[in-house]
Design a protein around this ligand. Sequence first.
Ligand code: PLP
Length: 461
Amino acid sequence: MNTENSSRTIEALKIKAIKKECDLDVNGNEKVQKPVMTKNTFNVVDFLDDDEFKVEWGKDSSSFAKLTNNPVRRLIEQMRIEPNPALQMIALSIGDPVILSDLGKPDTVKSAIIKCIEDKKFDGYTPSYGTESARKAVAEYYSRPSKQVVYKPSDILLTNGCSQALDLCITCLANPGDNILIPRPGFSIYKTLAGTLGINVKYYDHVEQNNWEIDVKGMESQIDERTVSIIVNNPSNPCGSVCSKKNLQNIIKLAEKYQLPIIADEVYGEMVFPGNEFHFMSELTQTVPILSCNALSKRFMLPGWRFGWIAIHDPQGHIKNVRLGFNDLTTRILGPNSLVQGALPEILSTTPQSYYDDVMKLLAENADIVFENLNKLPGIKPIKPSGAMYLMVRIDMHHFPQFRNDMEFSQALIKEKSVFCLPASVFEMPNYIRIVITMKKEKILEACDRIIEFVNKHFKE
Ligand SMILES: Cc1ncc(COP(=O)(O)O)c(C=O)c1O
């Protein structure tokens, strides 16, 4: 149907709706038949000759929309708790590294993007999986020939942030009714993305008592005939943990046994505190396909630029057929921002190592401040992180009988002390809260003082 016809169709339906003739029932109420209409234009045509038809605009959202739930965003956007008006709000809730404003952006980032605007060479459409030069830059940045990891530009797909990278991986690997294994506690977007598509998730655990290492035995017990992939998030949001090499190798062994490609969410890759080691999963295998998802959002501190990528490591070509699907899927959105694609080679090649080191030093100091302060308190237990930008705190709820759960604990903390920490039940880990440690030092200290007062006030033996 052409556009003119379809707008006429809609107009005709509007007129019918306005002129609708109604019978009255014994009580004088309208007796109107109301067929349910979908937003599909072909159905509109089917209904054209039906005089009884009444249009109902915006009656309902699609089932895809209804299946979509991002608990973190929902909680933050819909939170209606009034903070204490006498205290300025300190939000330790959103993992936005831009709040770490003690460190400005390296000048190279600024000059690279300005140059692209002035050049006017990056204003048009790009291939939907990204320009050759930007893909080449990512390929070079992540290749480690000494560890037998060599990416070609064709192994790289550019995306709108790490979220879209994850979305593409899940969509490309799983069909409705399949399942993927995801971490608990873990970033909520995996379930959000899968849920919309009717893909199931099954959980494996990060074990607090074991330095948040992944329980690989438990992971194996979750695998069934509909399992198509394992998502590993290392370093972890919300734990702030970094997997040991052994732990990652055991996961890889399992993936090999069951022939499951791994989606490695490495958006906090290399973000480890001094003295800790990080390993890209691609460096540890020549057999298991690793889809490494990353972005400018965290380590490069540009989350608002919405720019990420997938780096596909599959030396044996096990998923060569799956890979064809990626290119088709990227054509749904037509690629990420062209200016950032233009600036990417310079951003990746010229940002000095000292910049990343300074960021990690600062985060490690903040983690220490929070840990030392909260570790003295009764009834709660902070768990020392090794990387990323988060710290989890366990709450022994029986010492806080006034609150039924982490949600009520967090809400009271906002109401009384204007400090917002996310209740970790949004990460499937009830009775913990997650603290973001990207704030300036004085804010972190102020937040700690307020949490100390709050805990001391509510703690019961
Ligand atoms: C573990 C993890 N993966 C992915 C994302 C999404 O990253 P992006 O903002 O690049 O979409 C986040 C954001 O907080 C995250 O914590």
